[in-house]
Structure formats: C-alpha cells, structure tokens
Design a protein around this ligand. Structure first.
Ligand code: C5P
Length: 222
C-alpha cells in the first residue's frame, strides 16, 4: 500500500493516543506520540532541578538531550539519553509542568524538527496539539478530536484509578481545563484546529467508531 501521513490533534484526554495507536496498527504504520516527547523534555528539566526562570538552560538542555521513541510492551517506550522514562513521564509532577515547558518556542523548534524527520519517510500516525497546523501541514489525512471536559476527565479517571486512587474527578476536570487554557493561549504554536482538519467529537462515540471513521477518511483521501 502507498504510504501517507495522518495527523491527529486535540486537547488533553480526547482519546488521541489510544485512537492513533489503533489506527497505526490497522494500517501497519508507525505511531508517534509527540506529547511523550514534550513530557520527556519536561522530565529531564525537572531532573536537572532547573528553576522556572532558567529558560536558556532549559533550551540548551533540550538541544543536548537525545529523545527516542521505540515500540514498547504497552504502547510507546520513551528514552532520554538511553534511560527508559516511559513510566516517569506520566507522573503528576511532569503533567503539572509540561504545558509551561512546551510554551517555550525554542524547545518547540527542537522537537518539531525531530518530528518532521520522523515523518519524512511517510507511513506515520502522529498525535499532538500542532501536528496538522505546524509539524505536518501537508499530512494527507488530518483529524481534530475533541470531547467535553467532563467526558475527558471521566476517561482519564478510569485510566489512572488503579495507579493513583487518590485523584478525584473534580481534580482531573480542573487540571484538564487548565491545560486546555494554557495550550490554547500560548503564543508558540497554540492548540488550534487546522482549517482542513476533520473535526470529530468523540463524546458520544466508542473508540472503535472513531477509529473506523479515521480509517474511512484514510481510505478516501485524494
Ligand atoms: O498529549 P499529552 O497530554 O501527553 O501532552 C502533554 C502536553 O505536551 C500537552 O498538554 C501540551 O502542553 C504539550 N504538547 C504540545 N505539542 C504537542 C504535543 C504535546 O505542546 N504536539
């Protein structure tokens, strides 16, 4: 089959990574989770103990760090300078700091360049916030997934109820709304639907229905 690229954007918890992984599996394409790359950089910055005002140090640390994604047993494994950080990048501390780090345009430039390289050979399903608008503006298929804040928080609660039983629905709704605000309002590549991206509201749809819809779009692309 001829290869092409699929860009999937949307706010936190819209189901992007689950859906992107399934779409990639169905097509035999490679899945790239760009949120994991921003999380990996954030983890590295926190690990280094940099303060919020040390922007220059954050940028040079990002330039020096080797971030690698590889297929893992449970989705995508993430390595920073050879160290497996797959679990650590999902911590509350990284989640609480990632939007601030990803608002720094020089850091976005480093990761955007890497993401473009990864997609150059085609056959990629990439998810994030700015894939259809900035990273892969020529992607053959572009989708923008969304869902209400409550539905997104309920989904996240289900995902983490075993590992973090202390977290409440209210906390998740506040956290998701705050990240939406930061991602939408930042100056550098804000979360925005590309004009040619197909909008899919996943609130009332099952995962399979969304995957099916995207595969239909992929099948009918021109
Ligand atoms: O997708 P995930 O929720 O793991 O992304 C974590 C954060 O990384 C987002 O809230 C956003 O701040 C940032 N991000 C971004 N651009 C992307 C992907 C993620 O700014 N392409």
């Amino acid at each position: 089959m001829e290869k092409f690229n699929i860009a999937i954007d949307g706010p936190a918890g819209a189901g992007k990574s689950t859906i992107a992984r399934l779409v990639a599996g169905a097509l035999g394409f490679v899945y790239v989770d760009t949120g994991a790359m921003y999380r990996a950089v954030t983890w590295r910055i926190l690990e280094e103990g940099l303060r919020e005002d040390q922007t220059e140090e954050m940028i040079s640390l990002t330039r020096q760090s080797n971030i690698r994604l590889a297929p893992g047993s449970n989705g995508q494994a993430v390595y920073v300078d050879g160290q497996d950080v797959t679990g650590m990048i999902r911590s509350a501390e990284v989640t609480g700091n990632v939007s601030r780090v990803s608002a720094i345009s020089e850091i976005r430039d480093v990761l955007t360049r890497k993401q473009k390289e990864m997609a150059a050979g085609k056959g990629i399903v990439m998810d994030g916030r700015d894939i259809g608008s900035q990273v892969l503006p020529d992607a053959e298929v572009k989708v923008f997934l969304t869902a209400s804040v409550r539905i997104r928080a309920e989904r996240r609660l289900k995902e983490i109820s075993d590992s973090q039983p202390e977290v409440t629905l209210d906390q998740l709704m506040t956290d998701i709304a705050r990240r939406d605000r930061m991602d939408e309002q930042r100056e550098a590549s804000p979360l925005v639907r590309a004009p040619d991206a197909v909008l899919i509201d996943t609130s009332g749809l099952t995962i399979d229905e969304v995957v099916h819809r995207i595969l239909e779009l992929a099948g009918s692309r021109v």
